[in-house]
Design a protein around this ligand. Structure first.
Ligand SMILES: CC(C)(COP(=O)(O)OP(=O)(O)OC[C@H]1O[C@@H](n2cnc3c(N)ncnc32)[C@H](O)[C@@H]1OP(=O)(O)O)[C@@H](O)C(=O)NCCC(=O)NCCS
Length: 185
């Protein structure tokens, strides 16, 4: 199965980009969790973030944040090392990426690409050989980015999942899309 075609794009991760030169990628600490709700835009995921954070303490996941001095957190991505569904993450060779986002005002400047490159290199150091992720079929911007980074489609997915929002109410999501995978160098 093929992804939609992409337009050619400019070089990424250039050290000449002042935004990238100032930014720092680090692991999230518990005090970051509220800031990662982006002034309420992602408040609904409060419990999801807390659960992922707890998994980081057990060594099953890592939460990466991108920080810009004098601004704060401008991006994030979470990586699961081990999940119940071993086709997503099996704890040794295959990891799963989710909750990847860059603040709208900072998009299209290479931050997302730099974060993905960083995460892939980190996974290689940890001995992982594959990274999987899901993307919604209508998210053409993210699909272009993943395709440019060398991800390929494994299958179509219904994209159904559920979570408890910040009030403890069960929310159901249906985002049909693709399961992508990349073999890490
Ligand atoms: C997907 C997402 C994380 C990408 O982050 P980003 O920082 O915008 O990514 P990049 O800037 O590295 O790349 C995006 C585009 O900007 C372009 N770009 C990169 N550096 C650039 C620069 N210095 N100047 C101008 N454009 C640049 C890239 O060529 C790329 O173009 P493309 O859309 O044709 O592929 C971001 O768009 C986002 O948060 N989206 C909403 C949440 C989401 O959909 N997440 C993914 C879920 S699967």
């Amino acid at each position: 199965m093929k992804l939609p075609p992409i337009n050619p794009s400019s070089d990424l991760g250039s050290p000449q980009n002042p935004l990238l030169a100032g930014m720092r990628i680090r692991q999230a600490v518990e005090a970051d969790l509220r800031e990662m709700e982006w002034e309420g835009s992602y408040k609904r995921y409060r419990r999801v973030y807390q659960e992922v954070f707890e998994r980081t303490l057990e060594g099953h996941a890592v939460m990466w944040v991108v920080e810009l001095p004098s601004f704060g957190l401008i991006g994030q991505a979470f990586v699961q090392f081990k999940m119940h569904d071993s086709s997503s993450a099996n704890g040794t060779t295959r990891a799963y990426l989710h909750s990847f986002r860059v603040r709208p005002a900072m998009q299209s400047q290479g931050v997302g690409t730099a974060l993905m490159n960083f995460i892939e290199a980190d996974l290689v150091k940890r001995g992982f050989r594959e990274l999987t992720l899901n993307v919604a079929e209508d998210n053409s911007g993210a699909i272009r980015l993943y395709q440019r980074l060398g991800y390929r489609v494994l299958k179509r997915i219904p994209g159904r999942w559920s979570y408890f929002d910040e009030n403890g109410k069960l929310q159901h999501v249906a985002e049909p899309g693709f399961r992508l995978i990349k073999t890490l160098a």
